[in-house]
Design a binder for this molecule. Structure first.
Ligand code: TRP
Length: 449
């Protein structure tokens, strides 16, 4: 029999654990900064509601109905759709390849926090710490390796024991600590400017590119479009209320992203960092916030422990998708496939790490470093394609009626069934397709530039 989640909260926490990760803590704040703030945030929220939530429900329902992981799930309904599952597995490799780069940075910062090297509010010093890390290929690769190794070890420990137990403790702790940091950040002098930046959208700034980045970020942050939620849904028991879960997970995820932005952006303005800083933002800004609060030296260590944990609950979910493919479809052994996949990801990940050291040299294609290439290829191309295909599949192949039947199998009456059907059949696919066309054009022209 297929292993199942021991409780509903266990599932919601583990799914939220997959969703909440570096996407919320690291990527959301810095992309808000790079994309000019309010308008991006507003679009992000709109997309979570109109596109993220309906797809979340579609994915976990599909998983529970078929009781299979992503590849098998598609194949069991229609052989012709099995390729979507394959796309998902490939996407997992690419995300993890650069996710582990950043996971490695987190490990490095944890080590630096433990040695008390982050105790300053001096922007120049904190920027130097980050650039020193980027200038050191050996360290980058070692830490990336350790991050992947930890991921592997957890995954080999089994689903329930590894993921669920730890999520129950760490997720609430992370939430609490983020609130504390946000409060500190908001009480810094000059923080109001950060609030304005975040919450006063300038709608004239909305461009196709902005919409493309916001939507890619929604999929990335919610772990949608590569079958993680299908796979997790497949471990669910028939009694679980899917609608509630599909609302709770995006709500939690979005709350964490917003609080992370509230912890970071006001401090960026207050300390005089760059809003358009880019991928270093979390690492450069938050230590300054800690340095300016009581017990900051303890909190900064705790913070990087929890970020590491959040990153791991996400990375294990990606590794799990790939493993379940090789185990279910190719009849590989779980252990050996886990190890082989991790090695492959590590090899793919090395150029991602190095591409930031030696920008615009060996490790870039067109105008994109390998790191950016993996990022854009996944968020804007593969996940967006996966999300589009998921909506078409549920809306037109599996059919909403069948999904609704599965949803109502837990004994609930799905009041918004009509609204959801319309969203999944028309609004979501059309909305995503418009963005997708934009993404393909952008991506190809960036490669040729
Ligand atoms: N959502 C995670 C984050 O925000 C990353 C992640 C885990 C992911 N699994 C995924 C992204 C599957 C896309 C698809 O950090």
């Amino acid at each position: 029999m297929r292993e199942q989640w021991s409780s509903k909260t266990g599932f919601v926490l583990a799914a939220a654990g997959s969703a909440v990760g570096l996407g919320n803590l690291w990527k959301f704040p810095y992309t808000v900064g790079m994309n000019g703030g309010g308008a991006y945030v507003a679009l992000y929220l709109l997309f979570v509601l109109l596109i993220g939530m309906p797809l979340m429900l579609a994915a976990i329902t599909f998983g529970r109905k078929t009781q299979l992981s992503v590849f098998g799930a598609y194949k069991s309904i229609s052989r012709r759709w099995a390729f979507v599952g394959a796309l998902a597995v490939i996407c997992g490799f690419f995300i993890l390849a650069f996710y582990s780069t950043v996971g490695g940075w987190v490990l490095y910062y944890l080590q630096a926090a433990l040695r008390g090297q982050l105790n300053t509010i001096d922007p120049a010093h904190l920027e130097a710490v980050f650039s020193q890390l980027l200038a050191s290929p050996i360290q980058l690769i070692c830490y990336q390796f350790i991050f992947l190794l930890i991921t592997l070890v957890i995954v080999l420990g089994g689903i329930r024991k590894g993921i669920e137990k730890a999520s129950k403790l760490m997720m609430p702790a992370l939430f609490l600590l983020l609130i504390i940091i946000a409060v500190r950040s908001l009480t810094l002098e000059g923080s109001m400017e950060g609030i304005r930046f975040l919450f006063t959208p300038d709608f004239s700034k909305i461009t196709p590119d902005l919409a493309m980045y916001a939507m890619g970020q929604v999929f990335f942050s919610l772990s949608i479009g590569m079958g993680v939620m299908i796979t997790y849904g497949s471990y669910l028991d028939k009694k679980v209320n899917l609608v509630q879960s599909a609302v709770m997970i995006p709500l939690l995820d979005t709350a964490v992203a917003l609080i992370a932005a509230l912890a970071t952006i006001p401090a960026v303005f207050s300390f005089g960092f760059e809003a358009g800083e880019g991928p270093g933002m979390m690492f450069i800004t938050l230590p300054a916030v800690f340095a300016s609060m009581p017990f900051g030296q303890v909190f900064v260590i705790l913070f990087f422990v929890l970020v590491l944990f959040a990153a791991l609950t996400s990375s294990i979910s990606m590794l799990e998708v790939a493993i379940s493919y090789f185990v279910d479809e190719k009849k590989f052994q779980r252990k050996s496939s886990a190890i082989l996949i991790s090695i492959a990801i590590f090899i793919m990940g090395i150029p991602a790490s190095l591409s930031l050291v030696a920008k615009n040299q060996l490790f870039s294609i067109g105008s994109l470093s390998i790191f950016d290439l993996y990022d854009k290829l996944t968020s804007n191309i593969l996940l967006t394609t996966g999300a589009f295909l998921l909506s078409i599949f549920i809306g037109w192949v599996l059919k909403p009626e069948n999904a609704i039947q599965e949803i109502e199998a837990s004994g609930i009456h799905f009041r918004l069934a009509k609204v959801w059907s319309a969203l999944i059949k028309y609004i979501v696919p059309v909305g995503v397709l418009i963005i997708l066309i934009q993404s393909y054009q952008e991506f190809i022209s960036a490669l040729l530039r």
